[in-house]
Design a protein around this ligand. Structure first.
Ligand SMILES: [Mg+2]
Length: 226
């Protein structure tokens, strides 16, 4: 059966040790031209969340008008490129093998399912040359919920691959309870990996279809995709 694999990025495919947060902080400080605005994003709980929610929360706290979003985003992308290139980003174990194996398997299709804005996602993946695995995906496209990002990604993948994936043939791969909850809302299966935002025990309590310590357990992973 044709199956869509929708991969989360942060904590699942890679970790960049706070590069996204640092880039958001630096962009905000630069836009405001005020060192007093330093570290404005430090208190935001990011794991499993959506970029635009973080930005709108800080804008609201600091009294910044939403009309400055585009200005902010162009600064953010520039800082993100610098921050992810600082040598601290790491690819999670076995990620490239997994993506390659999925791409080689006729019945499997790769897509992204991430709370990142698309350009930010592409910048993070480009560092490891992973963009070619993901011709399509669901990204943060507005002040929406995570399940809507996944829903949007499934729709885009149906069009891109010209395959009408059934909801139960969509598998979300993520590192947080938020990924698991969003997957359930769209009727998808979910593989949780304990390499990121939440502990193994927290993920276990949220009852994913499969829980892995990391992505080295290829056999159990691909058994669920059959
Ligand atoms: Mg994540």
């Amino acid at each position: 059966m044709e199956t869509l694999l929708m991969w989360d990025i942060d904590g699942t495919l890679l970790r960049n040790k706070g590069a996204g947060r640092r880039a958001m902080n630096r962009a905000f400080e630069q836009m405001m031209g005020d060192a007093g605005c330093r570290d404005a994003f430090d208190h935001i709980q990011m794991a499993g969340g959506l970029d635009l929610h973080f930005i709108h929360e800080v804008f609201a706290e600091q009294g910044v008008d939403r009309s400055r979003l585009e200005e902010y985003l162009s600064l953010y992308y520039a800082h993100l490129k610098e921050e992810v290139g600082d040598g601290q980003s790491i690819l999670m174990p076995n990620v490239r093998n997994m993506l390659e194996r999925a791409r080689r398997t006729d019945s499997l299709y790769n897509a992204l399912g991430t709370g990142n804005l698309e350009l930010g996602a592409r910048i993070k993946l480009d560092l490891f040359d992973l963009n070619s695995y993901f011709p399509v995906g669901g990204f943060c496209y507005g002040l929406v919920e995570r399940y809507q990002v996944l829903q949007d990604g499934v729709e885009r993948a149906r069009k891109h691959y010209a395959v009408d994936f059934a909801p139960e043939r969509v598998i979300i791969i993520g590192d947080t309870v938020r990924d698991i909850e969003a997957a359930r809302k769209i009727g998808a299966k979910v593989i949780a990996v304990a390499t990121g935002g939440n502990s193994y025990e927290m993920l276990e309590a949220a009852k994913p279809d499969l829980l892995l310590a990391d992505l080295t357990d290829e056999e159990r992973f691909f058994a669920l995709c059959e």
